[in-house]
Design a protein around this ligand. Structure first.
Ligand code: CA
Length: 437
């Protein structure tokens, strides 16, 4: 925490001349998340969210507002993807953050250039912040594993490898898309237990999964694993991730090789990358494992990671049905859950991923797996909330759900709060279900 105490960009007394940033629930000056946006009439370019505005990194370069390492980093972050900045690592990212924070702080030199370097976020279009190279999805939410496992294996929901291996599968990078993209209900092979044979048609059990997305910064050469003490240097930031899931397609296809078409039709990410620097005040000790669980094997165990590798992030899932929108009623909150339920740290995921020599690359995306707690109201997907489709979920307006119906909006939000520090948010990850074609 000493790092946090001495970082002026995290100083809770620091305010911004961008008035909307002060007290902003998502993007105060202590956050400064990175993204790619297009202003009205302009092309995609790198930006930083500040209050209700977006700071145009390339425009600030053009105004001569950067020098030294911050200038080099700003040039890498000015284009239509942030891969080069992610690749440049934490020193470059920190230099840019420090310079932008100073420019936007009350009394900062950026104010004289406000008309050139700031855009009204509401008038801008968000773009994918990163060209995703690979997408790997983990399974680190143990309560998700227990609740989902009970549906198929009531007596043995957690397989013996789970407490040793940060279980994952290779998912599909090409269909990772931005929050707000249209989502068509996928078609696929489905077979209910009472059906004699499978049929091909629209997914009947469409679901979301709330996850934390992890953006990889500098990669590793093939054959050279990342030791766990080095793993934080390879993590460039975090977004919200919706791993849309077709449960009926998934359950029919997954034996024996795992998820495929039940997952690969699309996953959504939120547009802003919250950096490790902004999250520093919200690190926490990884919660102790339950009595009787084995310790992680030595290559996955690091004292500093155990002491600071957890994350204090509160996630929320909302549904806004077509009927709610038509009647003008607000979205219904389905669940809320804290990231402390994750059984593995993100450093353990990175180290495990590379422990056989597999190389990660800048712009790779890792998902934590569904973030779910043990209690009613903390489930991270409808499969858990509906107990495998058996129990109707009351939306509070007369509607119920087992799984998603066409027209449903699903919205994820997340915030970090700590007494004495300024709260930050991730923005939102949103998607609306459209009919199958
Ligand atoms: Ca998942």
């Amino acid at each position: 925490m000493n790092e946090t105490m001495h970082d002026p960009t995290l100083d809770p007394t620091r305010t911004s001349w961008v008035a909307s940033a002060n007290g902003h629930a998502e993007f105060p000056i202590q956050n400064l998340p990175l993204g790619v946006f297009a202003p009205a009439g302009g092309g995609p370019r790198g930006g930083i969210a500040i209050g209700d505005s977006i700071f145009d990194i390339g425009a600030a370069v053009g105004c001569g507002l950067f020098a030294g390492a911050a200038l080099a980093a700003a040039q890498e972050a000015s284009g239509r993807s942030l891969n080069a900045l992610l690749d440049a690592g934490s020193a470059a990212r920190r230099a840019l953050r420090r310079a932008v924070s100073d420019l936007l702080a009350t009394g900062g030199a950026g104010r004289a250039y406000a008309a050139r370097i700031l855009h009204d976020a509401a008038a801008c279009t968000a773009h994918m912040p990163v060209q995703v190279g690979n997408f790997t999805d983990f399974f680190a939410g143990i309560e998700h594993v227990i609740t989902a496992g009970r549906i198929t294996r009531p007596d043995n929901p957690v397989l013996p490898n789970y407490r040793y291996v940060p279980v994952a599968y290779h998912s599909r990078a090409s269909s990772v898309r931005l929050s707000g993209s249209p989502l068509k209900r996928p078609n696929g092979q489905r077979k209910r237990p009472d059906e004699a044979a499978p049929s091909f048609g629209p997914c009947r059990n469409l679901d979301y999964e709330i996850e934390l997305g992890i953006w990889i910064g500098p990669g590793n050469p093939v054959g050279e694993p990342i030791p766990i003490a080095q793993a934080p240097h390879h993590i460039a930031g975090f977004s919200l991730l919706n791993d849309w899931s077709a449960r009926d397609i998934q359950s029919w296809e997954s034996q024996p090789l795992g998820p495929f078409l039940g997952k690969s039709f699309s996953s959504f990410v939120s547009p802003w990358i919250v950096t490790p620097e902004a999250l520093a005040p919200f690190r926490r000790a990884q919660p102790p494992r339950p009595d009787g669980d084995p310790a992680p094997l030595p290559h996955l165990l690091d004292g500093d990671d155990q002491a600071h590798g957890g994350l204090d992030i509160d996630f929320e899932v909302y549904i806004h049905s077509a009927r709610m929108r038509a009647e003008g009623t607000p979205p219904h909150r389905l669940s809320t859950v804290n990231a402390s339920v994750l059984y593995w740290t993100v450093a353990q995921m990175v180290t495990h991923h590379t422990s056989n020599g597999c190389n990660l690359m800048p712009g790779d995306l890792l998902g934590t797996g569904t973030v779910s707690g043990p209690d009613v109201g903390t489930e991270g997907c409808l499969l858990e909330m509906s107990r495998g489709g058996q129990k109707a979920i009351d939306l509070g307006n007369g509607e119920t759900r087992h799984y998603l119906v066409d027209g449903d909006d699903i919205v994820f939000r997340a915030h970090c709060r700590r007494p004495g520090m300024v709260s930050i948010g991730f923005g939102e990850c949103r998607g609306r279900i459209g009919p199958a074609s």
